[in-house]
Ligand binder design. Structure first.
Ligand SMILES: Cc1ncc(COP(=O)(O)O)c(C=O)c1O
Length: 259
């Protein structure tokens, strides 16, 4: 039977599978330890971060690995909203965001914040001017997907990022549905993605916070992943997720995720 739901989850790419098997043997140790096995794990983690950062078009120290795309969205939104609490509690999202964004917005409202959902046209596309009109003096954060998870509509991210910059509002781009096909254009502030959409294993997300963007991690402190993603890294899965990018950065045409 053919499989038609790669937007929900793509099959593991052969390159990712190979990297996963190899790093189960090589990458089991604690990357924060200084003995040989730990240093080997750290090398693998650093290389994975560099490959993922190159695919995103950011600095490696701007990118952390999370335990899912959903976790990356929740952590990114909570950290950005908290850091701008003094500016205000207004959040702008599109009406067609993934449930991870809409649920985080509902939580934000339950905690006393406000959310504006910007409507889309018949093709599921946000109008940049309509979106920009909702950005106010008390807007702490704006969120927009790069592409829709149900109908595939690509959103005008670069234009909206520019409008957000003009009024000093950080834009978080949920790039779960597009990063496997290429980097997100534009001057966005935060970006999230999910490895099982591009043929990596499930349970690996990316959270990118550009240098200079205010960010206050929420929840109990933890030393791993710059204090932004708590818990011991799933190194074999991270290596496998990044192997896809490492392999295809060598070719001009990226291969469709997992296919
Ligand atoms: C647009 C979008 N954002 C976020 C996510 C969440 O990613 P994950 O499945 O890794 O939690 C998904 C996955 O369905 C998605 O399609």
């Amino acid at each position: 039977m053919p499989y038609f739901d790669a937007a929900s989850s793509a099959p593991l790419h052969p390159v990712a599978r190979q990297a996963l098997l190899a790093s189960l043997d090589e990458g089991w140790a604690d990357p924060s330890r200084l003995y040989r096995e730990g240093r080997r794990a750290r090398l693998l983690l650093d290389a994975a971060r560099e490959a993922a950062a190159e695919a995103v078009g950011c600095r490696p120290d701007e990118l952390v690995f999370t335990s899912s795309g959903t976790r990356a969205v929740h952590t990114g939104m909570a950290g950005a909203l908290a850091a701008r609490r003094r500016v205000g509690g207004h959040l702008v999202v599109s009406a067609v965001e993934h449930s991870s964004v809409l649920h985080a917005a509902a939580g934000h409202e339950a905690a006393g914040g406000t959310t504006t959902q910007v409507a889309v046209d018949r093709a599921g596309r946000v109008d940049p001017d309509a979106y920009a009109r909702e950005l106010g003096e008390d807007t702490a954060l704006a969120c927009l997907q790069s592409a829709n998870h149900e109908v595939g509509t690509a959103q005008p991210v670069a234009e909206i990022a520019q409008q957000c910059r003009a009024v000093g509002v950080p834009l978080l781009v949920d790039a779960a549905q597009s990063l496997g096909w290429g980097p997100v254009e534009g001057d966005w502030s935060l970006l999230t993605a999910s490895a099982h959409k591009w043929g990596g294993p499930a349970g690996v997300g990316l959270l990118v916070v550009r240098k200079g963007v205010r960010f206050a991690p929420q929840g109990p402190a933890d030393e791993r992943e710059s204090g932004r993603a708590a818990g011991f890294e799933n190194l074999p899965a991270i290596v496998a997720a990044a192997a896809f990018f490492a392999a295809f950065s060598l070719t001009a045409e990226p291969s469709p995720p997992g296919l």
